[in-house]
Design a protein. Structure first.
Length: 76
């Protein structure tokens, strides 16, 4: 079994304010495999920063986003 894709899905309320409340926005992550299995998780960090880390494009041989690092790998 191999990872075929990683989705970073940003969820946000229509209005976000400065209160300390992690329910205003979040990042959901789905990991897809070639066997049709999809794993789901949540990021407990700044959602847009984590999304950028996952989706960052290739920069050079050793600088790429997390998605590109794990595609083709065994999810176990």
């Amino acid at each position: 079994m191999k990872i075929t894709d990683v989705e970073a899905i940003w969820l946000q309320l229509p209005v976000v304010d400065e209160r300390c409340d992690g329910t205003q926005d979040t990042l959901s992550v789905r990991v897809h495999t070639d066997a049709g299995i999809v794993g789901a998780g949540e990021v407990d960090s700044s959602p847009m920063v984590a999304k950028a880390i996952i989706e960052a494009p290739l920069s050079h041989a050793i600088a790429r986003g997390l998605r590109q690092c794990v595609i083709g790998q065994n999810p176990l």
